[in-house]
Unconditional design. Structure first.
Lengths: 91, 644
C-alpha cells in the first residue's frame, strides 16, 4: 500500500534534503505507526497525525492512501501533546 | 572577591543628572541572584504605590544576574521591570542578545533609573565609567539608524546599544526595549516607560569580564551542552527556530487561529519554521541559510535566532532586523488568518524598527480583525482598511499605523482592552487579555495549567512563566528523571487540574521565576526538555559563583521570593484576586479540527485557583501573600509594607 509521509522539524533530516520532509512510501498491509517509526529509526518523542487528525495511538494500522505527519517539537514552550492521550471533545 | 558579579549597581536620576554607584554585599546577591528578583527589591523599596506608569515617578530597573557574561549557553539575558503602562500592574520582561553580556563587561550588574530627563539623553557606560549624553539628534529615529549613529559617535562598532524606538517615544503602551535592533524586552510596555523618561538608549562596552570560581567546571558544562545539543529535544528549535513548533501545535489543535476561536489553521504550513528555513532565511536561495540565516546570543551554542532577508516582492525585509519567532508568526499569522510569511516577516521588522512587542501588537490587530469580521467595526472606523480574515496588506499597514499612533492605529496603541472599552459595541467579547495583556500563542483550553498562570501571573498572560502541561501528562516518562528532582513521580490526566497538577504549576512557576532571576534562557535551562536540567542548573550556579552549598531548593526559593514580591507589588496597587481572571472567550468552545468543542470549565478553573492560592501561601479570598509566607522568604519588610 502507498502512504504519504510528511516529516517535520528536525525529523526532516531522515530524508534527503531535496525531499523537504515529504515522500511516498510503499508499506506492507497491516503496518502500524509504531512499525513506521521503527523503520524510519525515529527514537525521539514525536507527535503524529493521520489524515490531519492527531493520532496518539501508535498501534493504529495504516491504510492505503493515508497521509501521515510526524513532528518532533519542544514540549513546554510549544505544543506537543500526549502520545497516550485519549481523544476527547467538549469537556 | 565576588565571582560572577561586580557588586556595582548604577543608580541614575535623570531629573537631576545624578549618577551613583551602590555596592551591595554578597548576602544581597545570594538572596536575589539578579534579574527580576533583584529588580523587584528596588521597585518595592523605591517606587511609591499608585503612580501613573508614564510619569517621571516610575522607576525602571535593568538587571543582570550573577551568571551573565560567563562562557555558557543561555546566560546572556537581562530583565527590565517597572510599573506597566499596559496593565497598571508590575511590568517585567526579559531579552537575550549580546547587550546583556557587554553590559556586564562594562563593570556593572544593574541600573536603577528614576525621573525624567529635560531633553532626550542616552547613557554611555564603559569600563566602569558612565555619563549621560545628549540624544536630541537620535529622537524619532528607528532602531537600526540609532544603533549605527551611536556606534559611529563613540567610534566603536562593538558598542552594544539598547534603546527605545519611535513607538516607545510616542507612548505605545506595548512598546518594547530593543537591542541589536532585533532582540526585545517585548512584554508589558517597558519601552513606553523608557521613552517617557526621555532616555533614548543605553550604550555599553567594556573588558571587565566577571570572575568565575570554577572555570574548568563551567567549561565542562558548556562542552557537555554543545555535545548534546544535536540529540536534545531543542535540536529542531535550534535549526528551524521557535516557529518549528507550528506543526505540532497544528497537529494537536493548539494553534490559536482567528483570534483564539479555533485551534487549527488550514494554512499552517506556510508559517512553519521549516518553511521559513527553506524560503526566506538569509542565504536560503544558495543553500547557505544554516550559516547566514541563524543568529545567536553571547556564548550560546543553540543559534535559534532567525535572520530573514527578502529582496523581491511587496514585502522587502532587511536582515538587520532579524526574523519572526513562533509568537510572531502566530499573532500576525494564524491569529489573523494570514498565511503570507513575507508579510509577517515585514510586520516583525516594523515592530523591531519602531520597538513594539509582537505579541501584543499582533494580538491587538487580531482583536480588530474579529471585530471587523463580526460587523462591530467598519471601514469608517479603520481608516478604510479591510480587516477581513487573511488580509495581510491591511495587517502590515495597521502595524505601521500603530507604531506612529496614526488614525485607527492610535486607538490600538493602547492595547486591545483599552480599544474595546473605547469602542464598546460588544467588542469586549473578542478580548484575549489577562490583566490587560494579550495572550501569547499557547492555549489554556487544552493546557489547563496555563489557565491558572494566565489568570494569576502578576504581569498578565504569559507562556514563559511555568512548564506546560504535556510535560506532566503524556511526555512524563521522557523526563521522569529530571521531574523527580522536583518531586514529581506520576503522569497526570490530560486537561486535569488535580492537586498534583497544581503543585506542578506552582513548582515549575518557581523554577521559571528563578530562571528569570538568574536571567537564563528557558530553552537552555529548565525542569524537563531543555538542554540543561535541574542538576546542571545547580552545577552552573556553583561553578560560576563558588557558592558550593547552593542547591535546587535554594534556587526554587529565589523564584518563589520573586513571585511573592510581584504579588505584593500588585496588592499595593489595589489588585487582588478579582484581577486574576481570564477572558470570557476561553470558556467558549473551540471550533474545528482536533480540538473542536474544547473549552475551559468554570467550576474546575475556580476550584483550581482556590487550591493554587492555598498552596502558594496566599489568602484564598484576596490572593495576597500572607505574612507567614513573606517572613519565610525573608520578606518581613514587604509584609510590613502590605500591613498583613
Amino acid at each position: 500500500m502507498e502512504v504519504h509521509l510528511q516529516l517535520h522539524s528536525i525529523l526532516r533530516e531522515k530524508l534527503p534534503a531535496e525531499a523537504r520532509g515529504k515522500t511516498v512510501l510503499q508499506l506492507d498491509e497491516g503496518t502500524t505507526l509504531a512499525d513506521l517509526l521503527e523503520e524510519l529509526d525515529i527514537k525521539r518523542r514525536v507527535v503524529m497525525s493521520v489524515n490531519g487528525d492527531h493520532e496518539p495511538d501508535q498501534s493504529r494500522r495504516l491504510r492505503d492512501g493515508d497521509q501521515v505527519m510526524i513532528t518532533s517539537s519542544i514540549s513546554g514552550g510549544m505544543g506537543a501533546l500526549l502520545l497516550n492521550q485519549s481523544r476527547g471533545k467538549g469537556d | 572577591m565576588p565571582h560572577g558579579y561586580h557588586r556595582k549597581i548604577l543608580h541614575v536620576d535623570l531629573a537631576s543628572d545624578q549618577l551613583n554607584v551602590e555596592e551591595p554585599g554578597e548576602e544581597f546577591y545570594r538572596k536575589y541572584m539578579g534579574g527580576s528578583a533583584l529588580a523587584m527589591h528596588y521597585l518595592l523599596k523605591e517606587l511609591p504605590a499608585g503612580i501613573e506608569p508614564l510619569s517621571p515617578e516610575n522607576v525602571l530597573v535593568m538587571a543582570l544576574s550573577v551568571l551573565t557574561g560567563t562562557a555558557i549557553s543561555g546566560q546572556s539575558r537581562m530583565t527590565v521591570a517597572a510599573k506597566s503602562p499596559l496593565t497598571g500592574a508590575i511590568g517585567d520582561s526579559q531579552c537575550g542578545g549580546f547587550w546583556p553580556a557587554e553590559f556586564k563587561f562594562s563593570g556593572f550588574d544593574a541600573l536603577v533609573i528614576k525621573g525624567k530627563a529635560e531633553h532626550p539623553v542616552y547613557l554611555w557606560i564603559h569600563d566602569g565609567q558612565y555619563e549621560l549624553r545628549d540624544a536630541s539628534h537620535l529622537w524619532g529615529k528607528i532602531t537600526g539608524e540609532v544603533e549605527a549613529d551611536i556606534q559611529e559617535e563613540l567610534g566603536d562598532d562593538k558598542v552594544e546599544v539598547l534603546q527605545v524606538g519611535p513607538a516607545g517615544e510616542k507612548g505605545v503602551r506595548f512598546a518594547a526595549i530593543m537591542n541589536m535592533s532585533n532582540r526585545a524586552n517585548g512584554r508589558t510596555g517597558m519601552g513606553a516607560v523608557m521613552g517617557s523618561k526621555n532616555l533614548k538608549a543605553v550604550a555599553v562596552r567594556g573588558n571587565n569580564r566577571p570572575s568565575v570560581a570554577d572555570k574548568a567546571g563551567l567549561s565542562k558544562l558548556a562542552k557537555w551542552g554543545a555535545n548534546n545539543l544535536g540529540d536534545s529535544d531543542i535540536a529542531g528549535l535550534a535549526k528551524y527556530g521557535t516557529a518549528e513548533g507550528t506543526s505540532a501545535n497544528q497537529s494537536t489543535g493548539t494553534l490559536p487561529t482567528q483570534n483564539y476561536n479555533r485551534g487549527v489553521f488550514d494554512k499552517w504550513e506556510a508559517l512553519d519554521g521549516t518553511t521559513m528555513y527553506d524560503t526566506i532565511l538569509k542565504g536560503a536561495a544558495e543553500g547557505r541559510q544554516d550559516r547566514e540565516g541563524r543568529d545567536t546570543c553571547y556564548a550560546c551554542t543553540v543559534r535559534c535566532k532567525r535572520v530573514v532577508e527578502i529582496t523581491e516582492g511587496p514585502y522587502k525585509v532587511n536582515p538587520h532586523y532579524g526574523g519572526p519567532e513562533y509568537e510572531t508568526t502566530s499573532t500576525f499569522g494564524n491569529y489573523c488568518g494570514i498565511d503570507d510569511l513575507a508579510a509577517i516577516a515585514k510586520a516583525s521588522q516594523l515592530c523591531n524598527m519602531y520597538g513594539m512587542d509582537t505579541i501584543s501588537c499582533g494580538a491587538t490587530i487580531a482583536w480588530a480583525f474579529e471585530a471587523f469580521n463580526e460587523g462591530k467595526l467598519t471601514a469608517e472606523d479603520t481608516d478604510g482598511l479591510d480587516l477581513s480574515w487573511g488580509n495581510a496588506e491591511s495587517m502590515v499597514k495597521l502595524t505601521e499605523k500603530i507604531a506612529n499612533r496614526e488614525g485607527f492605529g492610535d486607538l490600538l496603541a493602547g492595547g486591545s482592552e483599552r480599544a474595546a472599552k473605547k469602542i464598546g459595541r460588544g467588542t469586549e467579547a473578542f478580548l484575549i487579555t489577562s490583566k490587560g495583556q494579550e495572550a501569547p500563542a499557547h492555549m489554556p483550553r487544552v493546557k489547563r495549567s496555563l489557565a491558572i498562570i494566565y489568570a494569576t501571573n502578576p504581569f498578565g498572560a504569559d507562556h514563559q512563566s511555568s512548564e506546560h502541561d504535556p510535560t506532566i501528562e503524556g511526555n512524563f516518562e521522557s523526563y521522569a528523571d529530571r521531574l523527580a528532582q522536583l518531586g514529581f513521580r506520576e503522569a497526570q490526566e490530560p486537561r486535569s487540574l488535580s492537586d498534583e497538577k497544581i503543585r506542578f504549576t506552582m513548582a515549575t512557576q518557581h523554577m521559571y521565576s528563578a530562571l528569570d532571576s538568574l536571567n537564563l534562557c528557558q530553552f537552555v535551562f529548565g525542569p524537563a526538555w531543555q538542554l540543561y536540567g535541574p542538576t546542571e542548573l545547580v552545577e552552573t550556579v556553583r561553578a560560576v559563583t563558588g557558592w558550593e552549598d547552593v542547591d535546587l531548593q535554594e534556587l526554587q526559593t529565589v523564584g518563589e521570593r520573586r513571585i511573592n514580591m510581584m504579588r505584593a507589588f500588585n496588592a499595593r496597587e489595589g489588585l487582588d484576586r478579582k484581577a486574576d481572571k481570564l477572558p470570557e472567550k476561553l470558556f467558549k468552545p473551540l471550533k474545528g479540527g482536533v480540538s473542536d468543542g474544547w473549552k475551559l470549565d468554570r467550576e474546575q478553573f475556580e476550584s483550581a485557583l482556590d487550591r493554587y492560592f492555598a498552596m502558594c501561601g496566599w489568602d484564598v479570598k484576596t490572593g495576597v501573600p500572607e505574612r507567614a509566607k513573606l517572613e519565610g522568604l525573608g520578606l518581613d519588610w514587604v509584609a510590613d509594607q502590605l500591613g498583613v
